[in-house]
Ligand binder design. Structure first.
Ligand SMILES: [Mg+2]
Length: 261
């Protein structure tokens, strides 16, 4: 069996022992948790959750979750340690413990956003009704079409149809993910969210791992001693890669070992 972490990734993780304040930010679905047909059933792999909780308890290491889920759903499936900063809806929702003084990023939509939201929801509903096996998820910042449970050809057609129906809506941005298309009325991406986390925490370096195309925005804002890890296959601008969710515990454990020296 191949090593979970490449020698180059091990070297990069070793350098993290000298970083005064480290931010460990993780995507949730497909990273801490295996991908799951029923989003509410997703849970972090026990070994990943354990290492993450131990990192959260360290003095000079701060943890964060950076997810496309809305905050309520992220909290429900992830049960994050109390000190963990949370970013939901790809950055549209942000929460930090009081000691960071960043306040709670509660999402309030303006009238135009509300209007764009109901148009987007109506069009997504029309599309979903035409393609069996697809479903909709309502989020505070938008609406998501899920096609994971549809036949592959049906799912692909549904995504194309949704894109065509929603492309011209003003105030709505479309975000592609794995077997999903999200229409959002709040412009946010994981890159600006990760930069916000780094600033709030005042981190000297960042570890970030993610599996989806939406995580590429986050990899793009990493530099220097930061460690970006793509989970699984597909093109990525991350410096490192691990084979899948099953290797995330080894990554977190390696970071934990370095930070516990
Ligand atoms: Mg993911």
């Amino acid at each position: 069996m191949p090593e979970a972490l490449s020698p180059a990734l091990r070297d990069a993780v070793e350098l993290l022992s000298n970083v005064p304040l480290l931010l460990v930010a993780m995507d949730f679905d497909g990273t801490l948790s295996p991908l799951c047909d029923v989003p509410a059933d997703a849970r972090a792999l026990p070994a990943a959750a354990e290492a993450f909780a131990q990192l959260a308890a360290l003095e000079n290491t701060v943890t964060a979750l950076l997810s496309g889920r809305d905050l309520a759903s992220l909290r429900a499936v992830a049960h994050p340690p109390e000190s963990t900063l949370l970013v939901g809806s790809h950055g549209a929702e942000r929460w930090a413990p009081e000691r960071f003084g960043a306040g709670i990023g509660e999402l309030r939509l303006g009238t135009d956003q509300e209007r764009a939201m109901s148009l987007a929801r109506a069009r997504m509903t029309e599309v979903s009704a035409l393609y069996p096996g697809t479903s909709l998820e309502d989020k505070p910042s938008g609406v998501v079409l899920h096609v994971r449970r549809a036949e592959p050809a049906t799912g692909a057609a549904a995504l194309r149809a949704a894109r065509a129906r929603l492309d011209d809506l003003s105030g709505v941005s479309l975000l592609d993910g794995k077997d999903v298309l999200e229409a959002s009325v709040v412009s946010a991406d994981k890159g600006s969210a990760l930069s916000w986390l780094r600033e709030v925490v005042d981190a000297d370096a960042v570890v970030f791992a993610g599996d989806d195309v939406t995580d590429e925005h986050a990899f793009a804002v990493l530099s220097g001693a930061d460690v970006g890890v793509k989970v699984g296959h597909g093109p990525s601008r991350a410096r490192f890669r691990i084979e899948g969710t099953g290797h995330v515990p080894a990554l977190l454990q390696a970071v934990l070992d370095m930070r516990s020296l």
